[in-house]
Write a protein of this length. Sequence first.
Lengths: 373, 453
Amino acid sequence: MQKVSSQPSPVIHEPKASLAWIGQLFLVAVALLALYLVVSNLIKNPILFTQFVVSGLQLGFVYAMIALGYTMVYGIVKLINFAHGDVFMVGAFVSFYAVSRFNLHKWPETAFPGISEGLAVVIGSITVMLLSMIVCVMMAVTIERVAYKPLRDAPRIAALITAIGVSFFLEFFGALNFVFSPRFIPYDRPFEVVAWYIKDGIHRITEGQAPPDNSVTFSNIFIIIVLASILVQFFLQFLVRSTKIGIAMRATSFDKPAARLMGIEVDRVISFTFAVGAAFAGLGGVLYAIAYSSIYTQLGILPGLKAFVAAVLGGIGSIPGAFVGALIMGQAEALTMGYISTPMRDAVAFTILIIVLLVRPTGIFGEPEKEKA
Amino acid sequence: MEIGFLLISIIKIVAIIAYLYGLFWAMGHSSKWVKIGGVVLGFAIIQAALSVPIGGSTILNNFDSGLLFQACTMAMVALGLNLIYGFNGQFSLGQWGFYGIGAYTAADITFRWVNGDASGLFVVGIGVILGGIVIWLVGGFLRKYRRVPVLSSFTLYLVGSIIAGAVALFIGKSIAQGLVGMLGTAASPGPLNSPIAMQIVFFLAIVFAGIFAAEISFLFGLPVLSLGSDYFGIATLGFTIVVNVLMVNSDTILPFPEMKGGRGMIGIPKLTTWFWAFLFLLAVIVIMRNIIRSSHGRAILSVREDETAARAMGIDIASTKLFAFVLGSLFAGLGGAVYAHYIGFLSPGTFTFLVGFNPMIIVVFGGLGSMTGTVAASFGWIFFLEGLLRVLLSQMGTEAPTWRFVLYPIALLLLMLLRPQGLLGNIEWGFLKVALVKRTELAQEASETAASG
């Protein structure tokens, strides 16, 4: 609706907006305040600041993996897939059961006794991640078939309520005692954590030793999350740009009826999109659980919402946009936790959402929607 | 035996719905005396059932009266949400946040009052009055300009409200200083702590809390309502989450040590009686029904149906949406205030956004844009769930509440797939029937055009 009014009519010249400077002044004031907070803290203690940035990067790269699913699904069916955050949670739980109950990460050592230890850990962890991804894909495709497909022509809000219902169902069904139980569960990592600190070069932190003051620490989990997230980005870019299904996805997102006329099986493409998003959400869930080592059934709600905000910030429907948006979100959250107060981390996410939608509704990378003739 | 509880609760639901039908029928009667008599009788029946003992116990015991008050507050919240979502088409998940704001504000006012501190009442009272004046003045100023960006008007309203709040804080505290002796302490109440004075303060607390929630919703809704349907839903969900975070940290981030943060606020005077619950529910129903029958109501409905067509008819889309949103939040705030003084204890766990989906589910069950459906569904929901909880408790033990949350979404999914217009559809009873254009007029007009053409 707003699109219609913002398009200048060819005949009548619309009057210029008045008093716009007040809003701009407000934005500048907010931006200056944020900049002041960041810069003053950077100057006060650059090393602590860098530590917050590192933890923000870790958070941001996890959000990036979740945000991909939101941005692709929204780009194609214009649905905020609320259940995406819960798919993420299921991914974490599947890996928990695989590691703690079935020792799946140890299978290379059992199968090939002579294998080197490093290789065995790598293969075992990758198996766990793949298993989580597969389970998540199956679940997402089922959800799509059962809950969303019958409502494809219904009003968007009906689909959104259904998505919320699915999300609730996953959370509370998971909280039953015979499923996952409602408690916080300590998560056993499939590999050892190795941490390093940076002070006059990179040093390894040995077991039981505290890192020295004024040093930035990071762990192998951080490296794995960053690598996995970047790999996923490149893979998706390749998938969407260069494969046949990727072209079909872009065509479906651009114009569904026309894509159908061109012989694209739209339903299959939509299912595929849900599957790809769920696979990366599952991977993100495993990495999130490894990084923060505590899981429970409502784990997915807030990361899911924040990843959605990140997708909006970057421009919904755009894959690099989701990546950049997620990194910004991670930084905003980590710096808020560090310098303002921990509980306000959620408030910052939604404030960003509102400001972005007011100032630039298409996000950083989004292109303005074309008017349909 | 357990199934017996479920049966009893179903009987209660049938009785309540019959009661509501009778009440609405009487209120919709053309004779003034039937109207007044119906309302008085409607009040008296439940009051008698609550207080007159028959054979040692009243018909409605403590448990039932608790459910009744809960259902009344839930009906207020759900009616407000139905105005926002059902009638105006704005998918809001922020209703529970405004409910919480109303509950905490009213509870803080009366809590401070019984503990010898009048500042709560005066600060909030003066604050909402000054805030209203500021909003009116700024609105008048902005009307002189055309095409003011949302961000600019929001900035002006925000700055104005902050100034109003600071002034109210100053004046209210100085008035409260002078009244310290009059109130006395909790141990030795002063003259202003008499039962009658308490009832007046309670009434003011509810009204102020409702208006406070409405003014917050005005400030929040102004920028957020322009976002568009599903973004608006996410932003309002964020509002509920942030309000809950602030509640958990009310003694650390916010300067309210008496709210005790996540431990929950205790010692709120239990002032809610059937009289107040009935009065406020009735007020909400009457106000909402009259607004829907007015030209504002037709504007609200037309925005839901087709924004472009409504704009072409000269309806201001933004202010119509804001009007419905603010009014709905006012109802939520009133409901929260009544609830706080019934339960006597507020904990942030009551106001998490997961619980906040209840009113949304009630509105969807009762039918979008059906007031009768919403009221009936609120009562039915509360009573049925309690019956179900008793059955489940004996079967499942402590897992029962979780099972409840497993069954909600399944019911919601089935409803969305099979009957998206709600269980009761668009049925309205007696008083609530909305006759937009009388059929006879319409027929006359049609025959006239036929004659002339």
